[in-house]
Design a protein around this ligand. Sequence first.
Ligand code: SAM
Length: 251
Amino acid sequence: MQHKARKRFGQNFLIDSQIIERIVATIAPNPKDNFIEIGPGKGALTLPLLENLEAMKVIEIDRDLIALLKSKNHQNLSIIEADALKFDFDQLEEKVRVVGNLPYNISSPLLFHLLGHRNKIIDMTFMLQKEVVDRIVAPHGSKTYGRLSVMMQAFFEVELMFNVPKESFDPQPKIESAIIYLKPRVDTALAESALLEKVVKIAFSQRRKTLRNCLKSILSQQQTDIDLSQRAEMLSVDEFINLTKDYAKQN
Ligand code: SAM
């Protein structure tokens, strides 16, 4: 069955067997692991993973690709026909390991969606645009450090595993990709992400301004020990967490 790649679904299919092997080795599946793959496509990662697993779930939005996967008749593959952005991971009975070569056009909203369901997640291994991975793992003080870095690092341990060249895909994307590993932090000092998200969003709304300026509608220097004469990019993730706690005390 021929399938023409659909841009609106961010379809860039992996065709490089060495890279596929390396991703599967990085994921290191154990037969009893409970996996869910987002966007299996034609099965480039799904099939080698299935070889190592008793069973696996996938979520795919493209009906043609769903038909293609179904036609392969894999008994131990359950196919969920859904938009991963709307999928309620909390409905899963057990915690899952999540994997995927994610559709680039929705990678950030998808990461935020998964953040909301982190209690159901054991770990996540994703292919993303290299630029997005760089932003997620960026240390404070760097230019790429921003909202995505703080939100992901507050709730996950994050690690850039390796880069993937454009030539590994068909069709070839315009930009480089990378594999990232994320594991929910057990030591997170915040139970809930909404307030942190609010503070971080306002703090980074005008990167050139000081925190005092950006945050003046919600918090003053008298209400926190964090030095608000700095710019948002200078604040570590733990400082953002403390700032959020100081903000919460005001409400
Ligand atoms: N895993 C395959 C591979 O590596 O060759 C395909 C990866 S391709 C970059 C992204 C996949 O995600 C496509 O199969 C696409 O149809 C699917 N997809 C796009 N948007 C989706 C969504 N909102 N929910 C679920 N799957 C989606």
